[in-house]
Design a protein around this ligand. Structure first.
Ligand SMILES: [Zn+2]
Length: 277
């Protein structure tokens, strides 16, 4: 990527190096309830969030003292802040009255208004406090475990979570709340593929702003392929169970990212009306 001229966002909350934040909250008793993992994990937890979306009662308690708000100064923090700034510039043009989310950088675990965030969950978005939670160790996983290196692959992760934030703003999250238990995985897949498509929409406009380098799109496609439910299930459990998919197959994730990337129009990301994913 070439983010040299990109304004860095100030909407970053840096909680790195704060130790085991919230360790005294009785973690054992707190259900980790987070929607919209970047990776396919337990769909049951995704649903809990769906139900909690409108309450937001934990908001005040979820910002630990000592977290720094602004733009981090280290190289990785700068990169993340510029990518976030780029998504802000793009989405405020595409969506009337766009309200930018906050990106929280943390180590290991941190409280959120959706429960305790842990690095093992991968990056996630919490609609209750409108924050993206990213433990940068995931970027190492992306490179080592998923063999999807590169800065655009890293940016795609952020753009995908921002896609969930767009879903919060446009009311799409309500579909998760309204879904019957039997329908939840199916709705989750459409939510996730739409977030992939929104990430592509951002990529399209980042390209128009000359922020992409040769090979960037291939990086994102490689990442999308690496984190498809079929691929992950095959790797982790040796077999593929389509009914348990929550994020879509590798081919579907690649397809929807590409749809957004080519058109740059959020309205082309209507995975809910699509007859075929
Ligand atoms: Zn997601």
């Amino acid at each position: 990527m070439d983010l040299g001229n990109q304004r860095a966002s100030g909407n970053v909350e840096d909680r790195r190096g704060m130790g085991m934040v919230g360790g005294g909250l009785g973690i054992g008793g707190i259900a980790v309830a987070v929607v919209a993992y970047f990776l396919g994990f337990d769909p049951g937890t995704a649903l809990q969030i769906g139900q909690q979306v409108s309450t937001g009662t934990q908001q005040q308690r979820s910002v630990p003292s000592g977290s720094k708000r602004g733009t981090p100064e280290d190289q990785m923090g700068q990169f993340v802040a510029r990518v976030l700034g780029s998504t802000e510039d793009v989405w405020s043009k595409l969506l009337n009255g766009y309200r930018a989310p906050t990106l929280v950088l943390y180590d290991r675990q941190t409280p959120s208004a959706c429960g305790m965030g842990q690095s093992a969950m991968g990056p996630f978005y919490c609609p209750n406090d409108e924050k993206l939670y990213v433990d940068l160790s995931f970027y190492r996983d992306l490179q080592n475990r998923f063999h999807a290196p590169g800065d655009f692959a890293q940016a795609y992760v952020i753009a995908h979570e921002v896609g969930h934030h767009v879903q919060k703003l446009t009311g799409t999250f309500r579909r998760m709340q309204a879904a019957s238990p039997a329908d939840r995985n199916r709705v989750s897949v459409r939510m996730e593929l739409q977030a992939d498509c929104y990430a592509g929409v951002w990529g399209h406009h980042a390209g128009a702003m000359k922020q992409l380098s040769p090979g960037d799109v291939e990086e994102a496609l490689k990442a999308a392929t690496a984190i498809g439910d079929d691929r992950l299930q095959q790797q982790t459990q040796g077999r593929v169970v389509p009914e348990s998919f929550t994020h879509g197959t590798s081919a579907q994730r690649v397809h929807w990212f590409t749809v957004g990337m080519q058109s740059g129009r959020p309205q082309d990301c209507d995975t809910f009306s699509a007859a075929k994913l």
